[in-house]
Design a protein around this ligand. Structure first.
Ligand SMILES: Cc1ncc(COP(=O)(O)O)c(C=O)c1O
Length: 408
């Protein structure tokens, strides 16, 4: 295998790779949470040591704290190719969807319909389904193909009509890994006047989405999976953010950033988020390609190429094995490297076995309980999931394949 980029260009920015206790261990639980880059750690430390105090105040240290938070918002807007008014930070994606479900519940009425999927992490479907039950809305479930776990567009089209007011679906599932056609789904939704909430948590670590191209009304992801702090990022079309009922304090109604984040901002983590963009800028410089900037995609394309090269031997191995059922497509361009396998042994047991070979992986249903049932897999049996990102090394992929060979 010839990797397009030497992974040391990426790995030097992650202190975890120099950690003695982690030496020899290959990390395949990135879909659970990626390592944090130095650029984020530095900003986090700086915020706490230089001015852990109320931001946006009247004295210099407080103004500086506010400016660092603004940098967090601006940097994420630049990466996602949207105006900064789109950017909201909440405690987690689960908390953000909970708030959104509440807000939509105040504007939707009995007789309206919503579309949800059974491929979603429960975070992107549970609160909305609960809200729909309370409000007497019609719930239409876009179901996966039970054999593959894929969401098929034709099945979605059959559910869509002008009664549908809200659609929640994943950009990629954290088990299936297949990339759903977000732009196509959002365009169809717009035609009938439905709003879209896209869960990008399992996709964003592999390529920051160009939100202007995708056309989603709301796009969510968790920055602890994109090399940053433990936060949920919620990008919302500002017109929609203004139209949804205020979920914050009544006197903050006119402050867009505060209307849909009742938890209040985590100042240091928002400031530290700017480090995610700084990491991408630094590696773009090292690779001698343009930094990601308002729709400039060269870096993210290069990271995807790196992942695809790493994925090739793993998928080849899994296709040749009669001991695993690969969940999702084996088309490398159509998926992210979150690879789930249905095996004879429960996923959790296999993850334990892999740990004996210094592989960090995980097993279970990963909060996608409804998908397990939809694929006729006992959620308690679950899947074995191995997930990686662009900083993974070729040798680690071979370590995984050799370990799988022994434990399966
Ligand atoms: C696809 C997906 N959506 C949503 C979530 C929930 O994110 P958070 O932990 O920020 O609440 C996760 C968490 O693992 C996830 O994998």
């Amino acid at each position: 295998m010839n990797l397009p980029v030497n992974p040391s260009i990426f790995r030097k920015h992650f202190p975890a790779f120099a950690e003695n206790d982690l030496k020899g261990w290959a990390f395949f639980e990135n879909a659970g949470g990626a390592y944090m880059c130095q650029q984020v750690i530095d900003r986090y430390n700086h915020y706490f040591t230089a001015h852990k105090l109320q931001p946006y105040g009247q004295y210099p240290a407080s103004k500086e704290a506010g400016a660092e938070m603004d940098d967090g918002h601006d940097s994420m807007a630049r990466l996602l190719n949207v105006h900064v008014d789109w950017i909201h930070f909440g405690p987690s994606t689960t908390a953000n969807t909970y708030t959104l479900a509440h807000a939509f519940g105040q504007v939707l009425n009995a007789g309206d319909a919503i579309i949800v999927t059974n491929q979603d992490h429960e975070a992107n479907t549970g609160a909305v389904r609960r809200m729909a039950a309370e409000k007497g809305l019609e719930v239409r479930e876009w179901q996966v193909n039970p054999a593959t776990g894929s969401l098929e567009f034709s099945a979605f089209e059959n559910l869509l009509d002008d009664k549908v007011k809200l659609i929640t679906f994943p950009h990629a599932s954290n088990i299936v890994g297949e990339i759903n056609p977000v732009a196509e789904i959002c365009a169809a939704a717009k035609k009938v006047g439905a709003k879209t909430i896209v869960d990008g948590v399992a996709y964003a670590p592999h390529s920051m989405p160009d939100l202007s191209a995708l056309g989603a009304d709301i796009y969510l992801f968790s920055t602890y999976k994109t090399f940053g702090p433990h936060q949920g990022l919620m990008a919302i079309d500002p017109e929609l953010a203004k139209a949804l009922p205020n979920q914050g304090h009544f006197f903050n109604d006119g402050i867009l950033r505060k209307r849909l984040v009742p938890a209040g901002p985590d100042h240091a983590q928002i400031a530290a988020s700017a480090g995610i963009a700084a990491y991408f800028d630094d590696i773009a410089k090292d690779l001698n390609i343009a930094a990601p900037n308002n729709g400039e995609r060269n870096l993210f394309n290069a990271l995807r190429d790196q992942e695809t090269a790493l994925l090739t031997p793993l998928i080849d191995y899994l296709k040749s094995s009669n001991k695993v059922r690969l969940v999702g497509t084996d088309d490398l361009d159509a998926r992210v490297p979150t690879i789930s396998m249905i095996c004879e042994k429960p996923g959790l047991e296999l993850a334990r076995d892999l740990a004996d070979h210094k592989i960090m992986a995980a097993g279970g249903h990963f909060y996608v309980y409804r998908l397990m049932e939809g694929m006729d897999v006992d959620p308690n049996h679950g899947v074995l999931r191995t997930s990686f990102v662009h900083y993974t090394e070729e040798a680690e992929i071979h370590q995984l394949i050799s370990a799988l060979d022994q434990v399966l």
